[in-house]
Design a protein around this ligand. Structure first.
Ligand code: FAD
Length: 504
């Protein structure tokens, strides 16, 4: 086996070598990768291509919870930092790359079993390597009576995406809200089960979301307090009818009115899924496109239920949205059992059919290697705030003469303003310019009291720095938890700006 050539700061070559030998003893040599060429697969695909700034020293591929425990114990023994991923497709947020150079990657792609599908109670239990695509196929094969919620791309892991507060587009699209019961390997190698999993074989583990006492699940989201080795996820009962709906308009007056109407419709339970609207970039139609000059705003949303309900809901949508001057709306209607009918990206993704069309679109600006950096602050869902934030962000892009390409992810009370910059990651100067502009945007948005809901490995500290209430008390509490749970500081140091004592 090749010895690691990249070392984490503060860890000796001999410690890393001993850890790698111990990983191979515990998992088998085939489950440990140290070849620097092979490890390039785990670079951030959207960082400058020649940069070794985020390289790992090794990657290990456990297949069981016991093997994850062994990895964590060995890392503790030798003081070697770990970095976990499910599929490592966290592209634009760092992909598979570790926050600390020289970390050992815990690649969970081989833990890819769907442990349970319960169509009666509408939940599944998955291991961390299961992809959305796998879940979508498995639910279909199991009889199709329940649907998953999937993100725009089906290649990511259910667990990794959910732990990052990822978003899908059915009524179950706020993935973190539909987690029910996890198994977690703690930084000292112990295994814990959350919620009712605290009792051996408790039958409510995946149907009741709370605990006896504090509910700890969210401690493991966007965090470095544990490695999740299984997760219960709620699925949606198949509706009789599914309507994939759209809207278009051009003016900012209409934008404000549409947001107000959508909030009412979502809070009333008429629109139950997570709509997306945007401009300059089309994830909203049968043929996705990028066209910064197109002034049209496009909206997608969906209705679900029995026929009479969908009819009644559409009539209300027509009254509320269709009556706004300049707004056009429409729908395509499918039977819930019709999985061959929905052909376009929007129609598929809003009924839990996984696909990859959007990735092809995102490769058009600079070919196969195209990089893009998403900036995604969160705000309240009011027409005034959405228009003001849109103008504010657009002005930040104007400073660089870059186009505003925006996709806004709506929820009943909040909105994530995602904007995107495309670049060629083979071009070092341009790549660094795009990342520096992101720094600037974080600081500018902080002036209006907004931060991204999620960020990449390059900007985790900067975003954390903006969370300033009471002298950064939230970070200080996270640090107290980190030090108590992970005294050797081995688990994903620096994730979300949370550093263990030995690296602060
Ligand atoms: C074109 C495009 C479209 C996208 N559309 C969407 C979208 O619609 N919705 C959306 O949410 N995202 C979207 N993304 C972002 C991203 O690709 C997805 O969120 C993707 O699912 C994340 O990759 P993953 O699931 O493989 O996560 P991973 O890389 O496996 O995990 C993400 C992070 O979670 C943590 N983690 C992972 N597994 C564990 C574990 N078992 N225990 C503890 N911590 C863990 C790690 O810190 C890791 O870095 C998009 C990206 C692109 C490029």
């Amino acid at each position: 086996m090749t010895v690691a050539t990249v070392l984490p700061a503060g860890v000796s070559e001999s410690d890393v070598t001993k850890a790698i030998e111990a990983f191979a003893d515990a998992l088998g040599a085939d489950a440990v990768m140290t070849d620097p060429e092979a490890l390039r697969e785990f670079r951030d695909p959207y960082a400058y291509k020649q940069s070794d700034e985020w390289d790992a020293s090794a990657a290990v591929s456990p297949t069981t919870t016991e093997q994850v425990q062994a990895v964590v114990r060995i890392a503790n023994e030798h003081g070697v930092p770990l970095w976990t991923f499910g599929q490592g497709r966290n592209n634009t947020y760092g992909g598979p790359a570790p926050r600390v150079r020289g970390s050992v990657i815990v690649n969970l792609r081989e833990m890819n079993r769907i442990l349970e599908i319960n169509e009666e109670l509408c939940y599944v239990v998955v291991e961390p390597g299961v992809r959305w695509q796998d879940l979508s196929d498995a639910l279909h094969d199991a009889g199709g009576r329940t649907w998953p919620s999937i993100p725009d791309l089906g290649w990511g892991s259910v667990v990794g995406n959910t732990l990052e507060y990822g978003r899908g587009y059915t009524p179950y699209g706020d993935h973190a809200s539909n987690v029910c019961g996890m198994e977690v390997v703690l930084p000292d190698g112990e295994v814990m089960r959350t919620g009712m999993g605290a009792q051996t074989d408790n039958q409510a583990w995946h149907v009741y979301q709370h605990s006896y006492g504090p509910s700890l699940d969210k401690l493991f989201m966007q965090s470095n307090f544990g490695i999740v080795t299984r997760m219960g996820v709620w699925t949606m009962p198949r509706p009789d009818v599914y309507a994939s709906c759209w809207g278009t308009w051009q003016s900012e007056d209409a934008l404000e009115a549409v947001v107000e109407a959508l909030r009412r419709l979502m809070l009333d339970g008429i629109i139950r899924n997570y709509p997306v609207m945007g401009r300059g970039i089309g994830v909203f139609d049968e043929r996705p496109f990028i066209d910064p000059k197109d002034p049209t705003w496009r909206l997608r949303f969906a209705l679900y239920g029995r026929e009479q309900i969908v009819d009644a809901h559409w009539a209300i949508v027509e009254e509320e949205l269709g009556s706004i001057p300049g707004v056009e709306i429409g729908l395509r209607r499918y039977a819930g059992t019709d999985r061959d009918g929905p052909l376009g990206h929007d129609d598929k993704v809003q009924c839990g059919i996984s696909e990859m069309e959007l990735m092809d679109l995102f490769k058009t600006p600079y070919g196969e290697d195209t990089g893009h950096l998403d900036f995604s602050p969160i705000g309240p869902l009011t027409g005034k705030d959405v228009v003001a934030t849109y103008r504010y962000m657009r002005a930040l892009y104007d400073r660089h003469d870059w186009p505003y390409l925006g996709g806004l992810l709506l929820a009943p009370r909040s909105v994530i303003h995602i904007t995107t910059t495309f670049f060629d990651p083979n071009d070092e100067e341009k790549t660094r310019e795009v990342y520096a502009a992101y720094d600037e945007m974080v600081l500018e948005l902080a002036k209006i009291n907004k931060v991204p809901y999620r960020t990449n490995i390059h900007h985790m500290d900067l975003v954390g720095d903006q969370l300033d209430f009471n002298d950064h008390i939230q970070r200080r509490v996270n640090e107290r938890l980190k030090d108590a749970l992970d005294p050797n500081g081995i688990l994903s140091p620096g994730k979300q700006g949370i550093w263990p004592a030995n690296r602060r």
